[in-house]
Write a protein that binds this ligand. Structure first.
Ligand code: SAM
Ligand code: SF4
Length: 324
């Protein structure tokens, strides 16, 4: 079992397989994109599989594949086939924007992918374009339909942005009425690949809950699963659930069970740190598994207490280069 210097269990790895993306969500990257990583700097699939197998041996039970957009990386399905075959790995989940995901769903299901987080900030085609700078709303909705048709576990992630999609909160909550989905509202974080565009967060988790309560005063808190980053709620009579993720407020650091690996092969022990160990450099220097395991354990033994501590020594980048 992996335990950090503050007594927190680490059993969850988020692996960003690329920084490339086919959308330009304004909260994640500038319209012109970011300085894409050179192909040689991206980890190879072999390197990623090696890290995954090693961390699973060390105690990781669940891996989430993210990006950038994971499904724009060539041969991703071959990688997922190898990943899901790792001995001892209990769950593989994926976060996707859904633009090119629909045709792959039957195969994802066959591979035993545990759940899909679909990012969808609005149910309005025009607002979708305004937020993502791409005309892909129909493709994403088609992916949602196909996920449900194929009985996949679906969570919908919506970043709540002042002046951009507040009118979408209620329609998104209403999806839970007839659909067995979990709709999770995320506080916007300052990771847009450009300048920080707010100094205080207007729509924090409390305000989001208040907005929902205006329409659904009967909404009730349900038990949060262990290590949950969301506060979870249910509206009586609805098939799905509502979650609120205090990603900026950072109220979940005390039970944080996750580490991240960026497309560059940097390990982050906190979303808000600037990267604490280049596992890729160790691998490319020819280090053996024992040396890499020792370096990972050392990084986990020097973990920041929380995101406020971690961000003191770093600058904010694009979420596409981190993985969310
Ligand atoms: N491209 C995929 C997608 O959008 O689902 C996976 C990568 S994306 C970086 C992972 C998650 O991070 C998405 O749910 C996205 O909404 C969220 N995210 C990106 N930038 C964010 C920000 N500034 N604040 C809060 N969440 C953000
Ligand atoms: Fe791409 Fe996901 Fe970032 Fe949107 S949030 S720009 S879909 S990586």
């Amino acid at each position: 079992m992996l335990i950090d210097n503050h007594g927190r269990v680490i059993n969850y790895l988020r692996l960003a397989v690329t920084d490339r993306c086919n959308l330009r969500c304004f909260y994640c990257m500038p319209e012109g994109g970011i300085d894409w990583l050179a192909r040689n700097d991206l980890m190879t699939y072999e390197e990623m599989l090696r890290i995954c197998a090693l961390t699973v041996k060390m105690g990781v039970e669940k891996i989430r594949i993210t990006g950038g957009e994971p499904f724009v990386r060539k041969d991703i399905m071959d990688f997922l086939t190898d990943l899901t075959a790792i001995n001892g790995l209990k769950q593989v989940s994926i976060t996707t924007n859904g633009v090119v995901t629909a045709p792959l769903i039957p195969e994802l299901k066959k591979l035993g992918i545990h759940s899909i987080n679909l990012s969808l900030d609005t149910l309005d085609k025009n607002r979708f374009y305004a937020i993502t700078h791409r005309d892909e709303f129909n493709a994403v909705m088609h992916t949602m339909d196909q996920l449900l048709l194929n009985d996949m576990e679906v969570k919908i992630n919506a970043v709540v942005m002042d002046g951009k999609n507040i009118e979408d909160i209620l329609p998104l909550v209403n999806l839970t009425k007839d659909l067995p989905v979990s709709v999770r509202f995320i506080e916007e974080m300052p990771f847009n690949g450009g300048d920080k565009h707010y100094t205080t967060l207007k729509w924090d988790h409390l305000k989001i809950l208040e907005a929902i309560k205006e329409y659904y005063p009967e909404i009730t808190k349900v038990q949060d699963p262990a290590f949950s980053t969301s506060y979870n709620y249910h509206i009586p009579g609805h098939k799905g659930n509502v979650g609120i993720i205090a990603a900026y407020t950072r109220s979940f650091c005390g039970t944080c069970n996750r580490i991240r690996i960026t497309p560059l092969g940097m390990m982050k022990t906190c979303l808000y740190d600037g990267g604490v160990l280049s596992i890729k450099n160790l691998m490319r220097a020819g280090e053996d598994d024992l040396a890499i395991e020792t370096a990972i354990r050392d990084a986990i033994n020097h973990r920041h207490l929380n995101g406020w501590e971690a961000e003191k020594s770093t600058r904010h980048e694009s979420m596409a280069a981190i993985g969310g």
